[in-house]
Design a protein around this ligand. Structure first.
Ligand code: ATP
Length: 321
């Protein structure tokens, strides 16, 4: 079993990414698990090159600092050659209708003359990510389910048309993890692409900034520390964050404070301590460009070694070799 998980450098890594994904990836990883920073996927809408480069490095450093094994981590564009080749082969295995039916494309680009073709075809690139690494399981949220389904369809079709080259991947629902909400707007989830919100806590934020964001967190006028996700989403979010940091339940977390002000301080303390080692290690890595480049090149080499046999087989059976 090989699981493949990715994170897109569309913004700075935020607390939700960390508690909901990265921390678990590091803690629960099996030897065959693979992780990548999907920088190619960050180009489907307008992007700034300098920023993309910096965010990619930052995410790579945060994943390493969180404890992901350097052998199992790579940057997607470091495999651009292999991926680009397989992407083309898979695009020629996929119908326009299949790509256009993807809900994300329908919501974000369908009918717009200016929508990038990459927005239409990036699920095919995602299939290439998965198939090239021989991933058999892809942990995804419900919004990406359809894309893994497309990867399954393309793998099966390719194998049936040309020969058995690819493992057919399966989407798996990650074990329930806290869904962290924006501190300034508990109705929406915390998102790294929502840079402007004062309620998004970033993994590399300094302790002062983290404390300030928690002090300003939106709650309600009741000032009674009770866990009620539907009725009091702001307070429930704080309790869930505290519980995630302390490995306890949100109900138990209610015992940590009797007023909202106390609760906010308790959550800020817990988050600062939770993120401190990750931030410090990530900063060290980011300050040592040569070391980061070395680790990145190593990860790229390993990923390429895993990819090559499948890519060569795909080239052979399709008549390209
Ligand atoms: P974007 O703003 O670009 O959509 P995002 O912050 O929502 O970014 P993704 O790159 O889509 O993050 O997801 C990376 C991983 O982080 C996924 O496994 C996703 O489930 C997890 N994740 C993202 N946001 C949260 C959140 N608020 N709470 C818990 N997990 C989250």
């Amino acid at each position: 079993m090989t699981r493949l998980s990715g994170i897109t450098p569309s913004g700075h890594v935020q607390l939700g990414n960390y508690l909901g994904a990265v921390r678990r990836w590091a803690a629960e990883r099996e030897p065959a698990d693979l992780f990548f920073v999907s920088d190619l996927h960050a180009m489907t809408t307008s992007h700034r090159p300098q920023r993309l480069r910096a965010l990619t490095r930052e995410q790579f450093a945060v994943l390493l600092a969180a404890g992901i094994d350097p052998d199992s981590l790579f940057v997607q564009s470091d495999l651009a050659g292999e991926l680009g080749t397989l992407n083309w082969i898979l695009e020629c295995t996929c119908s326009y209708g299949e790509a256009a039916r993807m809900v994300q494309f329908k919501e974000r680009g369908a009918g717009q003359e200016s929508a990038r073709v990459g927005l239409l075809t990036y699920p095919v690139l995602m299939a290439a990510d998965i198939l090239l690494q021989g991933a058999t399981e892809v942990p995804v949220g419900s919004d990406q389910d359809q894309h893994v389904e497309l990867a399954r369809t393309l793998a099966r079709r390719f194998n049936a048309n040309y020969g058995d080259v690819f493992a057919v991947p399966e989407a798996v629902v990650p074990k329930t993890a806290a869904r962290i909400r924006d501190l300034a707007d508990p109705a929406r989830k915390m998102e790294k692409s929502n840079q402007q919100s004062p309620g998004v806590v970033f993994v590399l934020d300094e302790p002062d900034a983290i404390r300030r964001k928690f002090r300003r967190a939106v709650t309600d006028g009741l000032d009674e520390v009770r866990y009620d996700p539907d009725g009091r989403p702001g307070v429930a979010n704080l309790l869930e964050i505290l519980a995630a940091c302390n490995d306890t339940s949100p109900y138990t977390a209610t015992e940590s404070a009797s007023t909202y002000a106390e609760l906010k301080e308790a959550v800020a303390d817990a988050v600062i301590e939770e993120l401190r080692p990750v931030r410090e290690r990530a900063r060290e890595l980011l300050d040592d460009a040569a070391e980061l480049d070395r680790i990145r090149a190593h990860g790229a080499k390993r990923a390429s070694e895993r990819a090559q046999p499948r890519l060569q087989a795909a080239l052979r059976v399709t008549g390209l070799r």
